[in-house]
Design a protein around this ligand. Structure first.
Ligand SMILES: Cc1cc2nc3c(=O)[nH]c(=O)nc-3n(C[C@H](O)[C@H](O)[C@H](O)COP(=O)(O)O)c2cc1C
Length: 184
């Protein structure tokens, strides 16, 4: 084994590509890309956020959605990560996204991204957003036998080593199960 040291970097593999949907104080939808996020409890998501139009909106509305970026929407999903709603107020529209209000929280679902978490802001301190997951919804088009089907949803991951979006592959094992072979 010969390891190369990369120093202190914010790298995990894979990282998610989360698209945060919010409304501003006038009800205009916005979306931003966030890769530094993870679920931190059964009903909790935590995302590392700098100051953005999105954080203005979180303060105004106290709610957000987190959609999974998908292969077919990679261009708009990247766009919302490199343009700000502070500069382009109709950024959501330019991305080609259409908003439907969540039934559960005061935030927009993105019609073009079929699976999302619907969240209320629990706290936003020192650049760390903690949200309560109130609901998870997915369009029927990405569901098989009652569960979200990754082959249909085709979510993408972020590769922070090479600044690429990558697609996910085939299942290689049954979770909470395949390791049983090694148990005494
Ligand atoms: C792949 C990718 C991942 C990103 N991850 C984050 C993140 O985790 N946290 C963050 O604050 N900004 C992140 N950004 C930057 C924001 O998406 C970007 O600043 C965006 O313009 C903010 O939009 P807004 O001002 O309309 O809210 C990311 C951008 C890209 C392209």
């Amino acid at each position: 084994m010969s390891r190369k040291n990369f120093g202190a970097k914010p790298i995990m593999l894979p990282q998610p590509v989360l698209i945060i949907g919010t409304y501003d104080e006038n009800g205009v939808p916005n979306a931003m890309n966030a890769a530094w996020g993870i679920t931190t409890d059964f009903q909790e998501i935590t995302i590392s956020l700098s100051e953005h139009k999105t954080t203005d909106n979180l303060a105004a509305r106290g709610a957000f959605t987190v959609s999974m970026a998908t292969e077919d929407q990679v261009i708009p999903c990247d766009y919302v990560g490199i343009e700000s709603g502070r500069k382009v107020p109709n950024k959501f529209e330019v991305a080609g996204f259409h908003a439907s209000k969540s039934e559960f929280v005061d935030a927009p679902l993105i019609d073009e991204l079929p699976m999302a978490l619907e969240c209320k802001v629990k706290s936003f301190n020192d650049g760390i957003l903690i949200g309560e997951i109130v609901n998870v919804s997915a369009d029927e088009s990405v569901i098989t036998d009652g569960n979200v089907d990754l082959k249909k949803l085709r979510p993408i991951a972020f590769d922070p080593c090479n600044n690429k979006y990558v697609k996910l592959g085939d299942a290689v094992g049954d979770a909470f199960s395949c390791g049983k072979k090694l148990k005494g």
